[in-house]
Design a protein around this ligand. Structure first.
Ligand code: 6PG
Length: 252
């Protein structure tokens, strides 16, 4: 593994190594937050990349080191399908992690994908406001995101009006992509997190990473707009996804 601290890009051999590192970071951060402030609020994403990371958290060596009573799990986005549907981001997390750990139901704040996207987004906003209290925007200790080859992140797609939202904290989305109806956290929330991790794997992501990291994100892809105001963004990527990055970005 090689890294460059100032740009916070960490490159790993493959998805397995990346997932192991992400799981180790999660354990460390959850322990620090639980000790220093009594709680750890994290939002996770869907897609295929986080599955291995989530299942590694469930392994006994890691799960025993995490205080699940003080950990609260939220989602960065959800597809509008019931929680048992194969496309549900909740289902992914349930299978890989939640069903295997001693976490209480009240610590799992899922987006109700079984509702229509407008209702689900409103309900989610309400539960976020209840949890985070009077703060104008939620402050997640950690948000874990993925990036699509088109530069989308969470369910913020390039060219969508949702990318410009400044007031709401969760929005209904109708995308062209498969699974068109979705709910997503907005950019102000992503950019208000203490830490954001992107988990990105595979050669098909190399061009967009190059565009975001070395070309100045000319198309203003949502993934490249995630820059926490008071926190940090760390890109955990594998060698294939990093294959078009230059030595300046990632010294080999
Ligand atoms: C979703 C997402 C989405 C995902 C990216 C990357 O539910 O679709 O949260 O933003 O993170 O599309 O997906 P992969 O991990 O499958 O490449």
């Amino acid at each position: 593994m090689k890294s460059r601290v100032d740009t916070r890009i960490r490159v790993y051999a493959d998805l397995e190594e990346l997932s192991q590192a992400a799981a180790d970071f999660f354990v460390k951060m959850s322990r620090e937050a639980s000790t220093s402030k009594g709680g750890f609020a994290v939002a996770i994403s869907g897609g295929s990349t986080p599955r291995r990371f989530l299942s590694l958290l469930a392994a006994s060596t890691r799960q025993e080191r995490i205080s699940w009573t003080s950990t609260h799990i939220f989602w960065a986005d959800e597809r509008c399908v019931p929680p048992g549907h194969p496309d549900s981001n909740y289902k992914l997390a349930h299978e890989a992690l939640l069903s295997k750990i001693p976490i209480r139901d009240e610590n799992v704040h899922r987006i109700k994908g079984e509702e229509n996207s407008v209702t689900a987004a409103r309900d989610y906003e309400e539960s976020l406001r209840l949890f985070f209290g009077t703060q104008p925007l939620p402050v997640f200790d950690l948000i874990i995101l993925g990036a699509g080859a088109d530069g989308h992140t969470a369910s913020l797609f390039p060219g969508s009006a949702a990318v410009h939202e400044r007031r709401r904290i969760a929005l209904p989305i109708h995308a062209e992509a498969p699974k068109p109806d979705r709910v997503t956290l907005t950019l102000p929330v992503l950019n208000n997190a203490s830490q954001v991790f992107f988990l990105v794997s595979g050669r098909e992501k190399a061009a967009i990473l190059h565009e975001i990291m070395e070309d100045g994100n000319p198309k203003h892809c949502p993934a490249g707009l995630v820059k926490p105001v008071h926190g940090h963004v760390t890109w955990l990527i594998d060698r294939e996804a990093a294959s078009l990055l230059s030595e300046q970005t990632f010294p080999r």
